[in-house]
Design a protein around this ligand. Structure first.
Ligand code: CA2
Length: 145
């Protein structure tokens, strides 16, 4: 059976491509899903992109991934900087975890410099625009193959 990677997105990322293009670009989450699916396919992997504005929903998806996905690519949005609960859920997950940020969080306000999720992630992409998701998927493909 083919391996599955969840691509989880946190609050406000549903606005991608619709607001603040100077920071987040013009691509939508649908474009991200299509680009990642194309890369995943090269490795025979199935990808599933999800977005929620609710912390509990993201935690539920991480729990679900314990049974259903061998890897998680996560952009937790602002929860990156606040959520011990998401970190705890990821710590209970045994697959590969990559963290993605569209913007270079280290070039922005100091409250964006700390990430709870980085304490768990095998790798972090920041500042590569939405291409960071596909790059993370490529690395995921080589690790899972
Ligand atoms: O750079 C990233 O990907 C962030 O995770 C995005 C979060 C921000 O809180 C993090 O510090 C860095 C914000 C997501 C907001 O997404 C929007 C997208 C388009 C328009 C408005 C908001």
């Amino acid at each position: 059976m083919s391996k599955t990677v969840y691509i989880l997105n946190g609050p406000n990322l549903n606005l991608l491509g619709k607001r603040q293009p100077e920071i987040y670009g013009y691509d939508t989450l649908e474009d991200v899903a299509a680009n990642c699916a194309k890369v995943a396919e090269e490795f025979g992997i199935t990808s599933k992109l999800m977005q929620s504005n609710h912390e509990g929903q993201i935690i539920d998806w991480i729990h679900e991934a314990r049974e259903k996905a061998q890897g998680i690519i996560i952009n937790p949005g602002a929860f990156t900087h606040t959520s011990v609960a998401i970190l705890d859920a990821l710590n209970a997950y045994e697959g590969v975890v990559f963290e993605v940020h569209i913007s270079n969080v280290h070039k922005r306000e100091s409250f964006r410099h700390h990430s709870y999720v980085s304490l768990r992630a095998e790798g972090v992409m920041a500042g590569f625009g939405v291409e960071g998701y596909a790059l993370a998927m490529r690395r995921m493909g080589s690790l899972l193959k």
